[in-house]
Design a protein around this ligand. Structure first.
Ligand code: ATP
Ligand code: MG
Length: 180
């Protein structure tokens, strides 16, 4: 599975709709300070269901919505879509291409979609669980996160290892079953 392209609109610095092509292999993003490189990593985390404004380097969730600039008025909605190539079948859905979308409005309403069909946050979390790409996985390691992992409580470090080992899915299902 790999990220083919990302579409962003109204997310942080990306006021206009932009499409970033990634493709297989290694992609490096370069640019001056403050040009929005880290905002792209934030966008990926956000679509994967990140709920912490702090992890997204803001103080409230609406900090992800383009807040306006000298030339452009603020917008009312942020939308990001990850277009994934799933021809190797690593995501448990019978599609070769999977588009995962998250939207958030200034009113506080949020929406999630898988292949343009509305879904729950939980469906997105389940989709990526144990792939190592989900929230809490190690596919995106922000500045400061490495130290956090080394100094984490043993049970929190274990959660990271369980996700990497591919058993987080079962722990999550067990917890859900116990709550019923
Ligand atoms: P560096 O090389 O310093 O790490 P960078 O390319 O990673 O820089 P980012 O952190 O991605 O830069 O972008 C920071 C910029 O994003 C800041 O100028 C900040 O004002 C802008 N920004 C963040 N949130 C918003 C928002 N909601 N609306 C408009 N601009 C925003
Ligand atoms: Mg940065």
């Amino acid at each position: 599975m790999y990220l083919k392209f990302i579409e962003l609109q109204g997310f942080k610095t990306f006021a206009e709709r932009v499409k970033l092509e990634l493709g297989p292999g290694l992609t490096a993003i370069v640019g001056p300070n403050g040009s929005g490189k880290s905002n792209i990593a934030d966008a990926i985390l956000w679509v994967l269901g990140e709920q912490s404004a702090k992890i997204l380097r803001g103080s409230r969730m609406d900090d992800v919505i383009f807040a306006g600039s000298e030339k452009r008025r603020p917008v009312g909605m942020a939308e990001v879509t990850l277009h994934l190539d799933n021809s190797d079948g690593s995501l448990p859905l019978d599609y070769q291409e999977i588009a995962v979308t998250r939207r958030f409005f200034r009113s506080g309403e949020g929406e999630y979609y898988i292949n343009r069909v509305p879904c729950r946050l939980r469906d997105i979390q389940e989709l990526f669980l144990d792939t190592g790409s989900g929230r809490g996985g190690l596919s995106i390691v922000g500045q400061g996160r490495l130290e956090e992992i080394f100094t984490a409580r043993p049970e929190d470090r274990r959660a990271v290892l369980e996700e990497a080992a591919g058993i987080a899915r079962y722990r999550s299902r067990k917890k859900e079953a116990e709550q019923r």
